[in-house]
Design a protein around this ligand. Structure first.
Ligand code: PLP
Ligand code: COI
Length: 339
């Protein structure tokens, strides 16, 4: 059933799906992408033999639209999501959806559902989920030659706890193989993380951290966000790994951390180093910056700055990032598109 705007409580949205008036859809067949369009249909009808159901040929993105104080709407670096979707598609053997068409589809769906972009004061956002699936009917394992690109949007609140730290644990499972699909945003990586995070929730943690799949020695990332640590000397450190998603939030925070004199570095981080970090966080579109209060592994609990309060560097980075996203302070050139 379609959501009614008057039924939404902007301050208590959680991170849930609401069926909005418009989605966007485009198709690839006969060797080319055909012009996409808005649709009121929020369902997709497919053959039972469609590639996506059996061999998982799917890639997706997540980005947000931010209501500014002046009522206009900001998008944050959408062309980077477009490029990542194209890279993910190439890894999964699919024809990329054109970059310009992606950005245009995002603008179109935001404008069409404008009344569902939450008010500035709520701190909530409109989450946009573009995805692409292989739709060709197959029995044997071979890539699809027909795809659907589809975008939905839904208003969301915080994914974790906002700026309140949360406890994490370490997964015994891997989410992606070393030379596998970890760098692609594809459903299989999330499917393999589901029981790991369900177990973490059951044990009282917000989520789990995955280690590198070859040695279980290095920090990889969380199920839906990259990891960063702040050393006792005040350096911003984030993992370099072949099996993690290249996060746009991470890329942006590396630049902001440089400006703040945090001497940022991307390098392999041994899990045994966590005791060296004074602060830690999860970073991503949904997570924004979610402070990590503690990480527990093998009966050892490492508490970062404080289990109840975010550390000063995490807080400063969080404020700078969200101020830029909402248009409350100037952004580096090209980061913001205002609708
Ligand atoms: N890592 C994973 C596994 C994710 O799902 C996400 C979310 O998109 C991220 C990292 C963060 O990426 P971004 O900052 O581009 O949202
Ligand atoms: C995002 O941050 O956009 C994601 O896709 C992460 C997901 C776990 C909600």
């Amino acid at each position: 059933m379609k959501e009614k705007v008057e039924n939404l409580d902007w301050n208590n949205l959680g991170f849930n799906y609401h069926d909005l008036p418009y989605s966007f859809t485009a198709k690839f067949f006969d060797g080319q992408w055909h012009a996409g369009e808005l649709t009121e249909k929020s369902t997709i009808e497919l053959s039972e033999a469609a590639e996506v159901f059996h061999y998982g040929q799917e890639v997706f993105e997540g980005l947000k639209a931010y209501r500014r104080k002046d009522g206009k709407i900001n998008l944050f670096r959408p062309e980077l999501n477009a490029q990542r979707l194209a890279d993910s598609a190439a890894r999964l053997g699919m024809e990329p959806y054109p970059i310009d068409a992606f950005v245009e589809s995002v603008k179109t769906i935001v404008k069409a559902n404008e009344q569902f972009v939450p008010p500035y004061e709520s701190g909530a956002t409109l989450y946009i989920r573009p995805f692409m699936i292989g739709t060709t009917r197959v029995v044997g394992v071979s890539p699809a030659t027909e795809y659907t690109y589809h975008v939905y949007a839904t208003p969301v609140g915080a994914y974790v706890n906002g700026l309140i730290p949360a406890p994490y644990t370490v997964s015994e499972y891997d989410r992606a193989a070393h030379a596998g699909t970890g760098r692609a945003k594809t459903s299989g990586n999330y499917a393999s993380s589901l029981i790991a995070s369900a177990q973490a929730h059951q044990d009282g943690y917000a989520d789990c951290l995955f280690l590198d799949p070859r040695e279980h020695k290095y920090i990889d990332e969380f199920g839906g966000a990259n990891f960063f640590g702040i050393t006792k000397e005040g350096q911003f450190v984030t993992p370099k790994s072949a099996s993690i998603l290249p996060s746009i939030t991470k890329r942006s925070l590396l630049e902001l951390a440089e400006r703040q004199g945090l001497n940022p570095v991307e390098r392999p981080i041994e899990f045994s180093e966590i005791d060296q970090f004074a602060e830690a966080g999860a970073m991503g579109t949904a997570a924004v910056i979610s402070p990590v209060g503690s990480i527990t592994a093998n009966g050892h609990k490492h508490v970062f700055y404080d289990e109840k309060e975010a550390g000063p560097i995490t807080t400063k980075l969080y404020n700078e990032l969200i101020d830029i996203q909402y248009g409350d302070r100037p952004a580096p050139a090209g980061w913001i598109q205002t609708l």
